[in-house]
Design a protein around this ligand. Structure first.
Ligand SMILES: Cc1ncc(C[n+]2csc(CCOP(=O)(O)OP(=O)(O)O)c2C)c(N)n1
Ligand SMILES: [Mg+2]
Length: 564
């Protein structure tokens, strides 16, 4: 064998290097030993050894969200891929670039239902942007290059490549190529002129920003455009870090706990300029924000994927563009004579500001509104906040103010278990920044074991566990629909302080408002991971209502025979 021949596994790692991969997340498997062995000689690729593929996949997804570069995930055949699927689905729904390498049975065993064999093309067909299998070592450079192109171009997303184990042992002299070059459209001059004409004619315009693909510069540009044109700007579900929430143009988010006043304002608007957002189910408040397919107002929709334009809502002006390209062009447009719009913008902004004031938590020893207000002032501008899925996320989403270069990382897919792994990944990418992961007791217990990964990697996110001893979100829906009939939603938790101790990390349990600040400061002063339990009053089911209120309202509706 001549020395310029590389094994399939070595070619995979050479290709990752050519695409400038600096970090990859894995749970090891015997199906891809050749790739692992080649990583032994590639110190520039930091291999993060995780504890469960779901956590590893969430880490790769968070890496992709944070950097705009594909998060790279390595997992083993059927069992590893099955565990990883939650993070792949999240990358798909959240339009996050990701490249997943899955070990596969040997080529001559395929279709025998060999040990751990799964047809990944079928399994991931609706979960990934593209799925392929590399059957020849000489095609590794070609297919890995295509994977990086597809993951990052147009609407970004996850790509899965299956690697048969015998292919990884074959040798080839194929030359690797890289780095990938993402393809993004630019807005045309005619589109921009039409956009400006429509804005000039509007009386109550509103902008919606969201989706992925925003870098810090694009965020600055779009904020400049909004401010110069007196546009109120809201953001889609869990994309609150695009426009500085302290800007006079920022007016709130369209998440699961969106303010009813903001929703009414959007319905009242005569022009919607949606930039980057898909206008999905949560953002569109169950597709109720506008008419379908005719929105009943001027809709200008800017998105990086052509297939998203005209999906559900028919835009008056569709513009296919990447976010940096659109934001730069919009910021360079001469502002519309917008003085007449300033009252409209200011009114919507003042409603957002009023919503930042927490309603007093009647008698609760731990007033989460006060805790969030304290954190809002305490978090540095570059802090990274990650959130899991669940009702507790209403607290940071409503009361914190996001801004660049800080970030908000949350699963728009609504996947529980995201909070801890994404916080670990954020700390790996930015070890010098403060990273705070917000979790419910339900979500924390799904992937909290990745704290062990942060210990191995010597990075220290601060994890807040909102303990209400229940799957609170589902309990809320239960009380609305079947008041008083609680089933399948109560939880018995471990002693979180004891758990922190078992991991050997800083732990604190907070049951009174005044205990939070000292616990947080102690956690922030330490370098390692920290778990802070927030013992909630279970009544505080959302930032706006209590469990009893929800139950009483549902019972009253039943009495009136309005619904079952
Ligand atoms: C992986 C996954 N499983 C189940 C659900 C359904 N679900 C949504 S929220 C929720 C409860 C979340 O509980 P917790 O993390 O304790 O937060 P809380 O709602 O109590 O604040 C559940 C079970 C989900 N979104 N994701
Ligand atoms: Mg809970």
């Amino acid at each position: 064998m001549s020395t310029n021949l590389l094994s399939g596994g070595q070619l995979v790692v050479a290709a990752l290097r050519a695409h400038r991969v600096d970090m990859a997340f894995s749970v090891a498997g015997e199906s891809y030993l050749e790739v692992l062995d080649a990583l032994f000689d590639a110190p520039e690729v930091r291999l993060v050894t995780c504890r469960q593929e779901g956590g590893a996949a969430f880490m790769a997804e968070a890496y992709g969200k944070l950097t705009g570069k594909p998060g790279v995930l390595l997992v083993t055949r059927g069992p590893g891929a099955c565990n990883a699927s939650i993070g792949i689905h999240t990358a798909f729904q959240d339009s996050t670039p990701m490249v997943v390498l899955v070990g596969q049975v040997a080529r001559h065993q395929i279709d025998r239902e060999a040990f751990q064999e799964v047809d990944f093309r079928k399994m991931f067909a609706p979960l990934a942007k593209w799925v392929a299998q590399i059957d020849m070592a000489e095609r590794v450079p070609e297919l890995i290059n295509q994977a990086f192109q597809v993951a990052t171009s147009g609407r970004p997303g996850p790509v899965v490549l299956a690697l048969p184990e015998d292919m990884l042992r074959d040798h080839s002299a194929a030359a690797v190529v890289g780095p990938y070059r993402p393809v993004r459209a630019h807005p045309g001059a005619a589109d921009l002129a039409a956009l400006r004409r429509l804005l000039v004619a509007a009386e109550r315009p509103i902008m919606l920003v969201g989706g992925g693909g925003w870098d810090d510069r694009a965020c600055q540009d779009i904020t400049k455009f909004a401010e110069a044109n007196q546009l109120p700007v809201c953001c889609s579900f869990r994309r609150q870090d695009i426009v500085d929430n302290r800007s006079p143009s920022f007016v709130g988010d369209l998440g699961t706990g969106a303010s009813a006043i903001l929703v009414a304002r959007i319905k009242e608007a005569d022009l919607m300029l949606a930039v980057g957002a898909r206008i999905g189910e949560i953002t569109s408040q169950s597709y109720s924000l506008m008419g379908i397919p005719d929105p009943g107002k001027v809709l200008i929709h800017v998105h990086t994927g052509a297939e998203e334009l005209g999906r559900v809502f028919r835009p008056s002006l569709p513009i296919q563009s990447g976010m940096p390209e659109f934001a730069a062009a919009a910021a360079a447009l001469p502002p519309v004579p917008a003085q007449r719009l300033s009252d409209w913008r200011a009114a919507v902004r003042s409603e957002y500001e009023a919503g930042l004031v927490p309603t007093a938590a009647a008698g609760a020893a731990l007033d989460l509104g006060k805790v969030m207000t304290w954190l809002r002032d305490r978090l540095p501008d570059d802090a990274i906040v990650t959130t899991d899925a669940g009702n507790f996320s209403g607290w940071p989403n409503r009361f914190l103010q996001y801004r660049r270069p800080g970030r908000q990382l949350g699963p728009t897919s609504g996947a529980m278990g995201y909070g801890v792994p994404s916080a670990v990944a954020a700390k790996l990418v930015h070890p010098d920044r403060l990273v705070v992961g917000f979790c419910g007791d339900g979500g924390f217990m799904m992937t909290g074991q990745e704290i062990a990964t942060s210990m191995l990697e010597r990075v220290g996110p601060i994890i807040l566990v909102f303990n209400n001893a229940m799957y609170g979100t589902i309990r809320m829906h239960q009380e609305r629909r079947f008041p008083g009939r609680v089933v399948g939603t109560a939880l018995k938790n471990p002693d979180f302080l004891g758990l922190a101790r078992a991991y050997g990390v800083f732990g604190a349990s907070v049951s009174r408002t005044e205990e939070f600040a000292p616990a947080f400061e102690e956690a922030a002063a330490g370098k390692g991971p920290a778990i802070i339990e927030l013992k909630m009053d279970p009544e505080m089911i959302t930032t706006r209502t209590t469990l009893s209120e929800i139950r009483r309202e549902a019972e009253a509706r039943q009495v009136q025979g309005m619904e079952v």
